[in-house]
Design a protein around this ligand. Sequence first.
Ligand SMILES: [Zn+2]
Ligand SMILES: [Zn+2]
Length: 310
Amino acid sequence: MRRCVKCKGEAAVHLKSKNASFCGEHFVEHFLNQVERAIKKFKMLSPGERVLVAVSGGKDSLALWDALLSLGYEAEGVHVDLGLGDYSAGSREACQEFARRRGAKLYLFSVVETYGVSMREITARNRRATCSVCGTVKRYLMNRLVQETGHRVVATGHNLDDEAAALFGNLLGWQEGYLARQYPYLPPSHPGFPARIKPLVRLSEFETRTYCQLRGLGYLGDGCPLAKGASSLFYKELLNSLEERMPGSKLRFLFGFLEEGRSRFADVPVELKECEICGQPTTASTCLFCRLMQRAGLDPLTRPQVRQVV
Ligand SMILES: [Zn+2]
Ligand SMILES: [Zn+2]
């Protein structure tokens, strides 16, 4: 029988990567410690600071929201309803249920209510990787939303597996600009825009799933249907095979880069102009968001419909 490293009681969880076992209570404590450690190391938030959590309804973002509240941060949630049938209905319900249970504020943005079409339609009309289109639209919405809510920081549930896979992809293509900007804390790219943080960067998918189970958080188990076939999923499989043979590889790979490798990639400063259509800062004459919207035959200036639902 494995024993908890803290209390020597019967262990409920074993972490191969850290060669450590925990009982339920001490695993939750370990999880919160890892979140706090990342927040301190990368200077993400000051104690009790107000933060907007982008929640999908999946295990990572709900674990993050729960952890931030447990650590005493004033964490409010925002959910983007992509309009993908049962998947989106389930996602929205998981976010609302959590917000009601924890007495937290939740904002909802509906892609269909604003643009009249689903995210599937918007990505299909653009010949680009689906996740990058969706990510651009979501980033634009967060920038708009915080102008109304006054948040200075947006937190996302990207975990160790996500970040290691992104790093692997960026290295595979030697994308220097992306490598220079891959960091768990990104300062505001423009006055009035929020900083972006990834407080789960030290925690694996296995750990966030276990945390949700131990904390009784109802999350949506299925990944986004639009992400099917995304190369990041394949990179995760590769890294999991490596982790299986060499436990701790993912953490070494990512943190070795963050602490040693990243500074070797210069983030070349670029001259920013105002987008001709929406006025957002951009390197081109029209920003990427406006170009994606136009290619989808939609009006980029449509006012996003955001409302507080809980
Ligand atoms: Zn214990
Ligand atoms: Zn624009």
